[in-house]
Design a protein around this ligand. Structure first.
Ligand SMILES: Nc1ncnc2c1ncn2[C@@H]1O[C@H](COP(=O)(O)OP(=O)(O)OP(=O)(O)O)[C@@H](O)[C@H]1O
Ligand SMILES: [Mg+2]
Length: 621
């Protein structure tokens, strides 16, 4: 009963082992293509030929060692004990010792090599997934939940690793052991073999029933764990909102309700485990009864030796464990299959915005930008967000983009670095369609300050130098000064070396924005895009930023697109365009628009404020 190769290992450690990080939304127990995806995952073993073949050979040798020991025992009893032959006894004991050592060694190799191969596969998968995620287009992230992506890189990869590492090898070992044992049972005494094997179909019947029942249960449990994680994630990210509206109790109740369901589902699975396995053991013990009863009869009748009976009984024990392992691992296959489907789905995801074949790098960019009858529709959206945009911007000009919230301002500037590709018309940079140049070279000409500023965990200096990690501290400081960030940075506890938390925790909205502006200024690109980026700073600071940027833009002849919230920005722009429901409703300079456009005057009066507190303004996001 202590044979290591026959030890059944419940996939994932059984029903109580469902940990955090499972799939939000759940997953079907038997996904279409699950076995194909699993085979593809196993194909990764090819990258580890030494470990994979080593593990297989070790598995076979463990089985051989296992199957050999009852033969030695039989020999010791029949030819040693029975015949009072001490030499045979000694040889058998030495043989058993050798078999035990070999079994230990090969078991170690089997586990170690299989685990090493599976860790390698997990590493490869994580690496490939992350690389893919880094390359995927924005439109993909519009449709997928971050939690789902995280899950694919963590627990789904782990499921595959578990199956490839221990599951697959154990399954293989179990199959070898099962057939090897059956052969030896028949070889020892075919009548006794038939009598005992009568219980095997019954055991298989119980196990198949168990696997059928437990498969969907795992799916359901994973689904509920997903819900639990979603609740947790929402509560954590929305912590401030929860506290502000005193909804702590409601959140706790919401979490507890899901937690209760998880407990119930787990208990159903536990019940299934605990009702089926005693039955399996009962049947197995009946097998032993047959061996002792019928086998004893045969021994008394002289048709079976005592050693053969003992060997027979040992083989019977070997028989049960492969069956249990096959049962357990079979229950895990749908789970690993579902994970493999999810992992390969992400790996195979098409990158929609990519270099065209033959795309050339952009050599030198003056910064002339043309929008030629540009149309844009978000994937899956019924209406066009931008329709028929025509725009001609000369190098070094500043363009201010105005419009009510949702009019398409952010969408328009996002087309320039090809965060999305136009669905009609074309965007040209220095007369070249931006889809004909390489993405890298295009984006390396553009600096952007996004509407929602993201800082990475790290120091202030590292955040400013994000786009140019090799920049000197003098350059970082110059950019910070230009963005009017230097003064507040030096008043931080560690100045430029102050560590800002996740998402820039510890800084105000205005401070974060100025760091983002410094980041964009430091990379010094031909085109600068500022999306709402000065909305969160007070009027004095903004004026200072404005002055700094004016000088920068005039000096270096940067082309700038500014989505403005303030009259001062707008008044000085070379070109102002007013967007309305995705169309250019009016364009010109401050003076011409003031004279000609009612819409512009409306917006001047309502949307643009000379001085306002960002938190109370209705415009944004
Ligand atoms: N990723 C997206 N997928 C689908 N639709 C989107 C997406 N982003 C924006 N939209 C839609 O496109 C329209 C224009 O959005 P956009 O963000 O360009 O507006 P905006 O003018 O920048 O507004 P704001 O002043 O609030 O920032 C809106 O109706 C919005 O719902
Ligand atoms: Mg916007």
């Amino acid at each position: 009963m202590s044979q290591s190769a026959g030890r059944p290992a419940p996939p994932g450690g059984g029903p109580g082992s469902v940990g955090p990080g499972a799939q939000p939304g759940g997953r079907p127990p038997n996904p279409p293509g699950g076995s194909r995806a699993l085979r593809r995952a196993l194909g990764y073993l090819r990258h580890y030929p030494f470990d994979a073949t080593g593990a297989l050979v070790a598995t076979l040798l463990v089985s051989v060692a296992n199957l050999a020991s009852p033969q030695l025992i039989r020999w010791a009893i029949d030819s040693g004990i029975d015949d009072r032959d001490r030499r045979v006894m000694l040889l058998a004991v030495v043989g058993l010792f050798g078999v035990a050592v070999a079994r230990g060694l090969f078991s170690f190799l089997q586990t170690f090599l299989a685990e090493r191969a599976s860790q390698g596969i997990a590493y490869d998968l994580r690496d490939a997934l992350f690389t893919r995620v880094e390359r995927l287009s924005f439109s993909y992230f519009d449709t997928v939940q971050t939690g789902q992506l995280l899950t694919r890189l963590t627990s789904d990869v782990e499921q595959i690793r578990g199956f490839v590492g221990s599951g697959f090898v154990q399954l293989l070992a179990a199959v070898v052991m099962f057939f090897g044992t059956v052969v030896f049972l028949f070889e020892l005494n075919w009548r006794l073999a038939i009598a005992t094997l009568v219980v095997v179909p019954a055991i298989f019947f119980v196990l198949i029933r168990f696997v059928r029942a437990i498969g969907p249960m795992f799916g359901r449990i994973q689904g509920i764990v997903g819900e639990l994680n979603t609740t947790l994630q929402e509560s954590l990210t929305g912590m401030r909102t929860v506290r502000a509206y005193s909804q702590e109790r409601a959140e706790v109740a919401r979490y507890r309700a899901v937690n209760d369901r998880l407990l119930d589902a787990n208990m159903v699975a536990v019940q299934t485990f605990s009702t089926n396995f005693p039955l399996v053991f009962l049947l197995a013990n009946l097998g032993t009864l047959v061996v002792i009863g019928f086998g004893g009869w045969e021994v008394i009748g002289g048709r079976l030796s005592l050693g053969e009976l003992v060997a027979f009984n040992s083989y019977l024990a070997f028989l049960l464990f492969p069956i249990l392992t096959i049962g357990f691992q079979a229950a895990g296959i749908p789970r690993a299959g579902a994970s493999a489907v999810r992992v390969f789905e992400l790996l195979d995801e098409q990158v929609t915005v990519a270099d065209r074949p033959g795309a050339k790098p952009l050599v030198e960019s003056a910064g002339q930008v043309t929008f030629r009858d540009v149309r844009f529709r978000y994937p899956g959206s019924a209406t066009e967000t931008l329709s028929g945009i025509d725009l001609e911007v000369e190098p070094g000009q500043t363009v201010a983009i105005l419009g009510t919230t949702g009019s398409g301002k952010s969408t328009l500037v996002n087309l320039l670095p090809r965060f999305y590709d136009v669905t009609g018309g074309a965007v040209l940079l220095d007369g070249v369609d931006i889809r004909d140049v390489t993405l890298d070279s295009l984006r390396s000409r553009i600096a952007i300050v996004m509407q929602d500023t993201l800082l990475f965990s790290g120091t202030v200096a590292e955040n400013i130098a994000y786009g140019r990690p090799e920049a000197s501290s003098a350059e970082v400081e110059a950019a910070a000064r230009a963005a009017q960030a230097h003064d507040f940075i030096t008043s931080l506890p560690d100045g430029y070396a102050t560590v800002v938390g996740e998402r820039g925790v510890g800084l105000s909205g205005g401070q974060r924005q100025r760091i983002a502006i410094a980041r964009a200024l430091l990379v010094d690109r031909a085109i600068l895009i500022l999306d709402d980026s000065t909305s969160a700073v007070d009027a004095t600071t903004e004026e200072a930023i404005q002055t700094a940027m004016d000088t920068l833009m005039r000096d270096r002849r940067r082309t700038a697109f500014v989505i403005a919230q303030r009259i001062s920005t707008v008044r000085d722009a070379d070109l102002i365009i007013v967007l309305d429901e995705g169309k250019v409703a009016a364009s010109g300079t401050h003076e011409t628009l003031q004279a000609e456009s009612d819409l512009y005057n409306d917006i001047l009066g309502s949307q643009l404020v000379a001085d306002r507190e960002p938190e109370t303004a209705g415009v944004g996001a």
